[in-house]
Design a protein around this ligand. Structure first.
Ligand SMILES: O=P(O)(O)OC[C@@H](O)[C@@H](O)c1c[nH]c2ccccc12
Length: 261
């Protein structure tokens, strides 16, 4: 699946222009929001209509009103899918949300070319995702540095130890996301975050991505790892009472974390 997405992205990149116009948006730092969260853990709530694994999550999809609901909860940041082909997202959703919602906005897409980094800035993103599985070490370094020079924060996504090693050998990332979903099989396992936790540098902000749905999930992650935040899509999208769900996640608190190194 990931291969198929990359083939499509290569096609899309060919039709991107060579120059982009930078508009003046107020920057909201994803890093700062996660470093000093309002919630007990930093919450990045995703605006996602559909996914290749689940199909359409919500029929009546109004990205701006979803983002405004997130802003009211509140959450620390918003992730917006801009991929059209596989997730039914759109770049305009991100721009519209940036213009109307005062939270850090992460562009969620499959970046494989520097033009997409510049395009993200033009869209109004505060941060981008770089997926280690689809990038060489040299590309990771190049896009990471380029993004920072444009004042974009970067969340680097990894799935396993070799990817993490590749990332750490080229950059000193401020934010790392461990994706619990295997992008080839689409299965999620929170053990992915647990397994990688000991290898995430202490000074790096650590996000667990995908497959978080219940307070048991949240407590599992808080008990076994030193995560700073969660990236949640589906659970929010299909829940009508998002506020109660979020409150419920932190109600029971955590027993002392077993995680110590
Ligand atoms: O809907 P979930 O299981 O809560 O997952 C959200 C998010 O982590 C997921 O959408 C995601 C993580 N990494 C990605 C890379 C591309 C597209 C999507 C993603």
């Amino acid at each position: 699946m990931l291969d198929k997405i990359v083939v499509q992205k290569k096609r899309e990149v060919q039709s991107l222009p060579n120059t982009f116009h930078e508009k003046e948006y107020k920057k909201n730092s994803l890093y700062d929001a996660i470093a000093v969260p309002v919630n007990p853990l930093g919450i990045i709530a995703e605006v996602k209509k559909a996914s290749p694994s689940k199909g359409i999550l919500v029929e009546e999809f109004d990205p701006l009103s979803i983002a405004k609901t997130y802003e009211q909860l509140p959450v620390e940041a918003i992730s917006v899918l801009t991929d059209q082909q596989f997730f039914q997202g759109h770049p305009d959703y991100l721009t519209k949300i940036k213009e109307n919602v005062n939270l850090p906005i992460l562009r969620k897409d499959f970046i494989i070319h520097e033009k997409q980094v510049k395009e993200s800035k033009e869209m109004g993103a505060d941060a981008i995702l770089l997926i280690a599985a689809i990038l060489e070490g040299s590309q990771l370094k190049e896009y990471y540095e380029m993004a920072h020079s444009m004042d974009l924060d970067v969340l680097i996504e990894v799935h396993h130890e070799q990817e993490l090693e590749k990332v750490l050998s080229v950059v000193n990332p401020r934010l790392i996301g461990v994706n619990n979903r295997n992008l080839n099989t689409f299965e999620t396992s929170l053990d992915t975050t647990k397994k990688l936790a000991p290898y995430i540098p202490k000074e790096t902000l650590f996000i667990s991505e995908s497959g978080v749905k219940t307070s048991e999930d949240v407590n599992f992650l808080r008990h076994h790892t030193h995560i700073n935040g969660l990236l949640v899509g589906e659970a929010f999208m299909v829940e009508s009472d998002k506020r109660s769900m979020l409150r419920g996640w932190f109600e029971t608190g955590v027993e002392t974390s077993e995680y110590s190194t």
